[in-house]
Design a protein around this ligand. Structure first.
Ligand SMILES: *Cc1c(COP(=O)(O)O)cnc(C)c1O
Length: 384
């Protein structure tokens, strides 16, 4: 048995005809940047997330950065977590902001809303929750804090395509309560959301791509201009922007794949449930917990164990491939030394991040493969 961490070839085999045809059409049209394929995807993805607007960009990192740039001023503080990919905090800095780290919940691994208030200063302008591993952060409480303190909320939804949250709807400064319990997708929960379509993400392009979704027309307008050198029309520049436009090939691929996303999400959820079921009988492994307010899309299936490095090596010898997401918390990295954090500042983050290991997870993963992975984990634990 050989269990890959992720397998994009199996997925391509399923959609090859449609993808090849779409890519051929882009070649025929010679419209390689933005154009009708990207516009079609923007409309489809806005509708999918329940947002008014979607702006196609060249990466998730760009999306994080421009979403923040739309709402913060240089020197503003942005509250986020340290157990994320560095793209989140690079984006804060690139937008002129300063990252401020808050600890996580041990249950969801997302930002702990109870600990946000203590981190708010008169320089705080935004909160950037990450829907980590595909599970929405506890948005109601984050949005209430934002409303009470006049802050923006920018979702980092790079891992959360199709994930949903049960609750209310936040529209810029006002909090609108939709009393009916209703699942709302990540992407429409804050002032704006940043998505990545990196190939390995739940909705992945065939190259670099990202997008911002928002209900706010001012943010939509700013991002549309920013991605194209601050231009309102050709050679008319309202401000200095950047080149962050989505390539037409990526829009074309994403259009094909979006139609399959819900099915692939269901397959991921079934796989996660099967892992949970098998692991519930294994002492020494903490399986992920789906919160009552969340529909988790399992971008990553992350468990906690003792001796994760040894487990990784053991599994590798059995041809089972795993990952660490992420290996070290950002507040203790050299890149963020200047922020002045030290060991012990974020105790839950630090503890959890020493124990996590990401097991193979993708829609086409087979039950026999999951059984093999769990058998090998059991074997490892027995030998300890
Ligand atoms: C992937 C990812 C990003 C960056 O997206 P890219 O498309 O790789 O630039 C940002 N934040 C998180 C949480 C991610 O997982």
């Amino acid at each position: 048995m050989h269990v890959n961490f992720i397998d994009l070839k199996k997925q391509y085999a399923q959609i090859k005809e449609d993808v090849d045809e779409e890519l051929r059409q882009v070649c025929e049209s010679c419209k390689f940047v933005l154009g009708p394929k990207v516009e079609a995807f923007e409309q489809a993805f806005a509708a999918y997330t329940g947002s008014k607007f979607c702006i196609g960009l060249n990466s998730g990192t760009s999306a994080d950065q421009v979403a923040l740039k739309a709402v913060i001023e240089p020197g503003d503080e942005v509250i986020t977590t340290a157990n994320t990919f560095i793209a989140t905090t690079e984006a804060i800095t690139a937008a002129g902001g300063k990252p401020v780290f808050v600890d996580i919940e041990e249950t969801s691994y997302n930002i702990d809303p109870q600990k946000i208030e203590a981190a708010i200063t008169n320089k705080t302008r935004a909160i950037m929750p990450i829907h980590l591993f595909g599970q929405p952060a506890d948005m109601d409480r984050i949005l209430e804090l934002a409303r009470d303190n006049n802050l923006y909320v920018i979702e980092d939804a790079a891992q959360a395509h199709g994930a949903a949250y049960k609750g209310r709807y936040f529209k810029s400064e006002e909090l609108v309560s939709l009393n009916a319990p209703q699942w709302r997708k990540c992407g429409c929960l804050g002032d704006a959301a940043a998505f990545s379509f990196y190939p390995g993400k739940n909705l992945g392009a065939y190259g670099e791509a990202g997008a911002i979704t928002t209900n706010n027309p001012a943010i939509d307008k700013f991002v549309r201009m920013y991605r194209d050198h601050g231009s309102s029309e050709k050679y008319i520049h309202e401000f200095e922007g950047h080149n962050m436009r989505m390539a037409a090939f990526q829009g074309a691929v994403l259009n094909v794949k979006l139609k399959h996303l819900d099915q692939w999400t269901n397959m991921r959820r079934k796989n996660a449930n099967y892992y949970n079921q098998l692991l519930s009988a294994v002492d020494g492994v903490i399986a992920p917990q789906e919160m009552s307010y969340a529909k988790h899309v399992y971008h990553l299936y992350v468990v906690r164990v003792n001796q994760r490095e040894q487990l990784q090596n053991f599994l590798k010898d059995q041809n089972v491939f795993t990952g660490f997401h992420y290996k070290y918390p950002l507040h203790l990295q050299k890149a963020y030394q200047y922020l002045g954090y030290k060991k012990g500042d974020l105790p839950v983050t630090e503890k959890v991040m020493q124990e996590i290991i990401s097991l193979p997870m993708y829609p086409e993963l087979e039950h026999s493969e999951i059984e093999f992975v769990v058998e090998m984990i059991k074997k490892f634990i027995k030998t300890r």
